[in-house]
Design a protein around this ligand. Structure first.
Ligand SMILES: [Zn+2]
Ligand SMILES: [Zn+2]
Length: 352
């Protein structure tokens, strides 16, 4: 039993210049219905890098949304199956804050809750508060690194389920960073016929092969397109998963070219700026663009639960993508390493 003294704790805050300083911060608000989790691992996401670049004001609460930890307190009113000491991955964006009673919550789309709990801070801190409905027990086979990988795995699980992916479909994955690699694992796990991935960096190409991609090509323009047509006798693949986003229209245009007429483009990459896209070709090809973000409960099962099943199965070496680990104290170094792909980094974890 851990005695929680709710005074100041340590957390990392960006001062507005893109530099993180670990300092004493207020204990996160224990709002009505909140559990308290002692954070053990938090991943640095590509979106953390983008948001750090774009931030001009000092942070007041820590960010970080790929989180695993140990439950140290449950709300008094709680009657579910979780217990103090359970090791959990945290849906800290959707189900961990959702009212569980509104239009969207009633069909499992917690991410779209119209009455969520206040934001009380994320994973680059010692503790986090979230509702038990957002806490998912990880299996005994999973360590804390696996636990923090549940979130990015769940993003891909959600996308594939949201897009009604079918076994036997051919899939092209644009980009082999964290979400590209989890998308390869999900495609494999959901019974894709053939998986082609593009990768910009050597370490990503290696990881894409290890994750189960049948063919890995470079990110040079034309490479992925040519390969998609080559293996489908000129038709194009059934599904393209765009995982890069950013500020350029190149990945989305490439995805539109790779997909067959009437195919689907699942958009998981975060686009930070308006981009120019020629919609005539997609219209003539009758492509469905399916943007998806975060996770939900679909057909009675939360995407986190399926992500945990995939990570527990031992069939996908997703943990190999964790190339670097830092303490919370050294988080600034962690961010530097995550930015600098020449360091060999794919996923950087902050461990506590
Ligand atoms: Zn993320
Ligand atoms: Zn709600």
């Amino acid at each position: 039993m851990v005695l929680v003294i709710r005074n100041s704790i340590f957390g990392a805050l960006d001062d507005g210049s893109g530099n993180y300083f670990v300092k004493q911060i207020e204990f996160p608000e224990v709002f009505d219905g909140a559990a308290i989790i002692d954070i053990k691992a938090s991943g640095i996401c590509g979106s953390d890098l983008h948001m750090t670049n774009e931030r001009i004001e000092p942070q007041t609460i820590p960010s970080g949304h790929e989180i695993a930890g140990e439950i140290i307190e449950l709300p008094k009113s709680y009657t579910g199956n979780l217990a103090i000491g359970d090791r959990v991955a945290i849906d800290n964006i959707g189900a961990g804050k959702s009212c569980n009673n509104c239009y969207y919550c009633n069909y499992g789309q917690f991410r779209h809750c119209v009455n969520p709990s206040p934001e009380t801070g994320g994973g680059f801190s010692q503790f986090i508060t979230r509702k038990p409905s957002g806490l998912f027990k990880i299996s005994d086979q999973m360590d804390w690194n696996d636990g923090a990988l549940v979130e990015p795995m769940a993003v891909s699980v959600h996308g594939f389920r949201f897009a009604n992916f079918l076994p036997g479909e051919t899939v092209a994955i644009v980009g082999s960073s964290t979400i590209g690699l989890s998308s390869i694992a999900v495609a494999k796990s959901f019974g894709a016929k053939t998986i082609i991935a593009s990768a910009k960096y050597h370490q990503q190409a290696e990881a894409a092969k290890n994750m189960g991609a049948d063919i890995v090509v470079s990110s040079e323009p034309g490479e992925l397109e040519n390969k998609c047509f080559e293996i489908t006798e000129g038709i194009g693949v059934d599904v393209v998963v765009e995982t890069i986003g950013g500020t350029s229209n190149v990945p989305l245009t490439q995805a539109s070219k790779c997909v067959k007429n009437t195919g689907k483009v699942l958009v998981l990459g975060g686009f930070r700026n308006p981009i120019e896209v020629n919609f005539l070709q997609p219209m003539i090809k009758e492509i469905s663009f399916i943007p998806a973000t975060c996770y939900a409960n679909i057909n009675g099962k939360h995407d986190f639960e399926i992500a945990i099943d995939i990570l527990s199965s031992g069939n996908h070496p997703y943990k190999e993508i964790v190339t670097h680990q830092y303490s919370l104290e050294d988080i600034q170094e962690g961010f530097k390493t995550a930015y600098d792909k020449s360091s060999g980094s794919i996923k950087v974890h902050i461990m506590q």
